[in-house]
Each structure stands twice: as C-alpha cells, then as structure tokens.
Ligand binder design. Structure first.
Ligand code: SF4
Ligand code: SF4
Length: 276
C-alpha cells in the first residue's frame, strides 16, 4: 500500500547549499509534469491516510500560487493530508501563511542548527530563515517544525545543535547528510538517540527512510515525483526512474519490486550508489 509521496512542484531553487544532492551536478532542465493528474490519481487511490509532501528539488515558495492551487485541489480528498518544506528565504505575506495554517498544511523550515553551522552549508541564509520563522509564529501562534541535516559538524557539536532547537517547542526532523559530505548511519543514529534523550521532539520514521531514523521503504510505500518521472525517493533521483509521473498508484503498486536488502540500511547506498 502506498501511503506517502513527495511531489517536486518546481525545479528551481534560490540557494545552492553545499550538500544539496539535487543540484550537485548542476541544474537539470525542468521537464513539465501534470501535477493535477498526479493529484487526481491520489484522490482515486487514497482510501486511507495518505500524505503528500510538496517538497523536492526546488523551493516551492518560489511558485506559491501553484502550490496554493494544488492545496485547494485536494481539499475534497478526505484521507489526504499534506505538508511542505521551505528553505526560509521566501517569507510569505500574512494571508499566505494563514492560508497554509487554515488548510492544515504543516510547514517545515530547513535550518541545520545554530547560525555558524547553518551558514556553513546553506549559503549564509540563517538570518533570513529565522526572520521567516518569527513571522510565521507571529501569524500562526507557533513555530514551524524544523528540518535539519546532520553532518560531520553537527555530530561534533551535537549538544549545541540540540540546545539550539529546544526553545522553539516544535518537532525536529533530523536527516542524515549523504553524498560526498555524508556521515555513517551509525553516527547519525547515535545523534538521534542523544537528541531524543534530551527531551527534544524528534521525528522517527517508520518504513519510509533510514534518513529519518526509520527503515528504507524503497519500492514499498513511498515514491517521489519530479520532472515528469517517479523515483523511489528524492535521493534516488539520479538513478533510473521507476515510471513516468502519469502512472496510477494501482499500477505503481502492481509493479512494486521485491528489492532484497536489509531495510535498516539505505537502498541507494547499499547497492546502487556503487554502480552509478
Ligand atoms: S534549499 Fe534545498 S533544494 Fe535548494 S539548494 Fe538547498 S538543499 Fe538544495
Ligand atoms: S533509498 Fe535511502 S534515501 Fe531513499 S528512502 Fe531508502 S533509505 Fe531513504
């Protein structure tokens, strides 16, 4: 059963984060993708909880009007919920923040931790991102949730990173840095345990992604739609796609591949990364 997808609504970003795997080989040309068609397929398929992340290889708020139209389009789908993640550099007018809040769209803000750490990897965007977080709180009454990538410097300054997030009182999704600046899974898992033990609300993945402390769901329950194609996940975007984005979820389910590997480890890292 597929219960989670991410949709990349654009392929453009105003940052060039040091560790961004999406754009490390340069920007690829955006291929048009009919997102309403994907949402139609979701509406037909979703008979139980189904989560859509409007997140991918670009900054969704650069195309907020489109994002708004997709959110409006799924309002009649009873089992479908959605979230989005922003890099925090595009602050929205009050009405747009209210729109997201009123439509129960969870907003995650990508901040890696304290200023020097964040700025090291994310183009000195800390001040702007934090202003956006404060504005979001002014309008909604609470901070957004946080998406923090854990790399070598985060591990070496774990207490400082954890202490940074504590005052906000909202959940943190720590994900493991991969690629050329990546850290081993074991170190990432130790970091998660430490963050949890500190009392911080930490996202723990189920069968979706080892990058969130869960198990790899590649080929089972979650897929990533971008540039007219479907991939196992966002990190598999540089592997051959699973299908074209106009595939139905019933068809996707049928072609679920029996990938034989230890799901406590990342599918891509386990085998595939070696081949490409
Ligand atoms: S904000 Fe996200 S998509 Fe944009 S460069 Fe940074 S990591 Fe990549
Ligand atoms: S292949 Fe790796 S990055 Fe993709 S869902 Fe599995 S664990 Fe996560």
């Amino acid at each position: 059963m597929i219960d989670r997808i991410c949709i990349s609504i654009n392929n453009r970003c105003n940052l060039q984060c040091r560790y961004c795997h999406f754009h490390e080989k340069g920007y690829i040309e955006a291929i048009p993708m009919d997102i309403f068609e994907i949402l139609d397929h979701v509406k037909v398929y979703a008979k139980q909880k189904f989560k859509i992340g409007f997140v991918g290889d670009g900054e969704a708020f650069l195309d907020f009007d489109k994002l708004r139209s997709y959110i409006e389009y799924i309002q009649d789908a009873p089992f479908v919920s959605a979230y989005t993640i922003t890099n925090g550099t595009v602050d929205l007018p009050d009405d747009d923040w209210r729109f997201l809040e009123d439509h129960k769209i969870k907003v995650g803000l990508s901040v890696d931790g304290y200023k020097e750490l964040h700025n090291l990897n994310r183009c000195n965007s800390f001040d702007k991102a934090m202003l956006t977080a404060e504005h979001f709180k002014e309008v909604t009454g609470h901070y957004p949730t946080w998406n923090a990538t854990v790399g070598r410097e985060s591990i070496e300054n774990a207490d400082k990173v954890i202490d940074f997030f504590k005052p906000f009182g909202t959940r943190v999704s720590f994900s493991r840095m991969i690629g050329k600046y990546g850290i081993p899974l074991e170190e990432y898992r130790e970091f998660l345990l430490k963050a949890e033990a500190s009392g911080l609300e930490v996202r723990r993945g189920g069968k979706d992604c080892t990058m969130y402390g869960g198990q790899c769901g590649a080929g089972i329950n979650n897929y990533f739609f971008a540039n007219g194609k479907v991939y196992f996940c966002g990190n598999c975007i540089d592997l051959p796609p699973v299908a074209d984005s106009n595939i139905t979820f019933e068809e996707l389910e049928k072609m679920a591949q029996s990938l034989d590997f230890d799901r406590n480890h990342c599918y891509k890292e386990t085998f595939v990364a070696r081949q490409y």
